[in-house]
Ligand binder design. Structure first.
Ligand code: HGY
Ligand code: MN
Ligand code: MN
Length: 421
């Protein structure tokens, strides 16, 4: 049965306004910006809003031990394996309104279209709001999709935020169940596939005048913390030649990271997103400087070669200055290819809508790269203005959101046909 893309309401048209509604308090931790970190009150408020929307769309709703919100639209037979549609509800600090939430609210709209049309499928559909994709509160990220994929290392629960609160403590206070986090893991036999719709967060689709694209693979990434130790001292009385100052060493190290990544291939990129001089006073030569490194490439091999080279240069820079350096790996995510057969179904859906086909890789990480340990995955990219993301200027159009929802519904038609064959 072909998709009834009207289903009595304009599918996808309200997705943008729903993301906009979630862009301010109580769904943000701060006025005038969107910051919604894992297990905060803003996260809880956003799950309450999504729960209402999921119930209105005809789903049953539950939260698992890892604070994932899961809406379920049953198939023809109760307990059927599920197509999971989802993305993350957390944000970076002062982030954009669509990075994550758009993939969730589009999933809700797709289910509502099916429900209004009275359609039941040979599989269930679950819409999931993962709570921790960005890692903007705790050092690592993706803990919620890892919990569902069954790949979450128990030690992740011991990670602490800047206030010294552990994941386990915050999860328990939020109503999660850290002691039973393993209960969030899904069985392979219960999951058909994972589909994530997400803004491209890059300039390609807009530059080529395309609304939608099919993701081929997600880049490999590593997160590391660098600490360069010197000797704290008086900024006024210590002659320059007698200092053990980690500040200039860190600056030299960051320039080295930039040089090596600029010269790289295979999509190699490196970013220092966080830097701290300790103790952090105007008139104190720092005793230590810490900074983060986010290093990515289309393959783990290129990523790892860059990490090793940069790490060796950082140690050499420190030694040359009589300082010491430590480089600590915080998280590693391998590259994640999307499922070729699901990519083909997505392309057939775009053809149904007379849209040009465009395959492209994702430099951004997504929950899909973790869900790939559980099931075949597919990602649909949606054009975003100027390719801007992780920035309040992030923007999409209602028309592109409506097209994305229709493409997802047509994708489901193809999946239904495949499952009934
Ligand atoms: O960092 C990323 O690529 C994603 O936005 N968390
Ligand atoms: Mn993001
Ligand atoms: Mn994202």
């Amino acid at each position: 049965m072909e998709a009834d893309v009207t289903g009595g309401f304009e599918i996808g048209a309200r997705a943008k306004t729903r993301c906009d509604a979630l862009g301010a308090p109580p769904y943000s931790e701060a006025e005038g910006q969107l910051t919604r970190r894992f297990l905060t009150a803003a996260h809880g408020a956003a799950l309450d809003a999504l729960t209402r929307w999921m119930l209105e769309a005809g789903m049953s709703v539950r939260r698992d031990a890892a604070a994932n919100l899961i809406g379920r639209y049953e198939g023809e037979t109760p307990g059927a394996k599920a197509l999971i549609i989802g993305s993350h509800i957390d944000s970076v600090r002062n982030g954009g309104r669509y990075d994550g939430p758009l993939g969730i609210v589009l999933g809700v709209d797709v289910v509502e279209a099916l429900s209004r049309a009275g359609r039941r499928l040979p599989f269930a559909i679950e819409v999931v709001a993962f709570g921790d994709e960005e890692g903007s509160r705790f050092p690592a990220s993706m803990s919620c999709s890892r919990a569902i994929a069954g790949t979450l290392d128990a030690s992740a629960l011991d990670m602490k935020d800047a206030e010294g609160v552990s994941v386990a403590e915050a999860l328990a206070a939020f109503g999660g169940d850290p002691a039973n986090i393993a209960s969030a893991a899904r069985k392979r036999e219960d999951v058909l596939a994972f589909l994530e719709a997400h803004i491209e967060q890059g300039p390609v689709l807009e530059a080529e005048g395309l609304a939608l694209g099919v993701v081929t693979a997600i880049a490999a990434q590593k997160r590391l913390m660098v600490r360069i130790e010197g000797t704290a001292g008086h900024a006024g009385t210590t002659p320059m030649n007698l200092r053990k100052d980690p500040g200039p060493a860190a600056a030299e190290a960051m320039l080295t990271l930039e040089r090596i990544c600029r010269a790289g291939t295979d999509g190699l990129v490196g970013t220092v997103g966080r830097m701290t001089a300790l103790p952090g006073a105007f008139n104190v030569i720092p005793g230590a400087v810490e900074f983060s490194m986010d290093i990515r490439a289309e393959t783990s091999a290129t990523r790892d070669e860059a990490v090793l080279t940069i790490g060796a240069e950082i140690h050499a820079i420190a030694a040359k200055r009589g300082l010491s350096a430590t480089v600590t790996l915080m998280q590693a995510l391998a590259e994640s290819p999307c499922d070729p057969s699901l990519m083909n179904l997505l392309e057939q859906a775009l053809r149904d809508l007379d849209l040009p086909l465009r395959r492209l890789p994702s430099g951004a990480g997504h929950d899909a790269m973790v869900m790939a340990d559980l099931c075949p995955t597919a990602m649909l990219f949606i054009r975003c203005e100027g390719g801007i993301s992780h920035n309040p200027a992030e923007a999409v159009t209602e028309a592109d959101c409506a097209l994305a929802a229709q493409a997802m519904l047509h994708f489901i038609d193809k999946l239904e046909r495949r499952e009934r064959a």
